[in-house]
Design a protein around this ligand. Sequence first.
Ligand SMILES: N[C@@H](CCC(=O)N[C@@H](CS)C(=O)NCC(=O)O)C(=O)O
Length: 135
Amino acid sequence: MFGMRVRVSLDEKGVKYEYREEDLLNKSPPLLQLNPVHKKIPVLIPNGKPVCESTNIVQYIDEAWKDKAPLLPSDPYQRAQARFWVDYIDKNLYEAGKNIWATKGEQEAAKKKLIEILKLLEGQLGYNTYFGGEI
Ligand SMILES: N[C@@H](CCC(=O)N[C@@H](CS)C(=O)NCC(=O)O)C(=O)O
């Protein structure tokens, strides 16, 4: 989901890019070299220089392609709300999804937790196209 966040941002900005898959069980030497601190995907490599951490990458994309519609709302309060939900997703959704396949015997509880989180997010999104979006 972190990689998808970056791909959606690039697509929304209309940026053409080369996509490379990583085998996360057997990480490639370039990934380890480009993201030596976390050794995780996604990594965006504009002009040969790596940018790591999905929310940081999204912010980079927003600033680097300023001529296109912004990814975050322009109103400071709405921006703070958007960051709040990004943080909520980072801290809860990935872990909850992972717990379904990573835990043994507790799968029903893990599923229940994931559904609770998705329902909460769906309630926030309502009928809007985007979280905190102006369109
Ligand atoms: N905080 C990071 C999380 C990235 C992350 O957890 N990536 C996962 C794949 S979705 C990964 O590379 N996992 C491999 C590992 O943990 O070794 C971000 O937002 O980019």
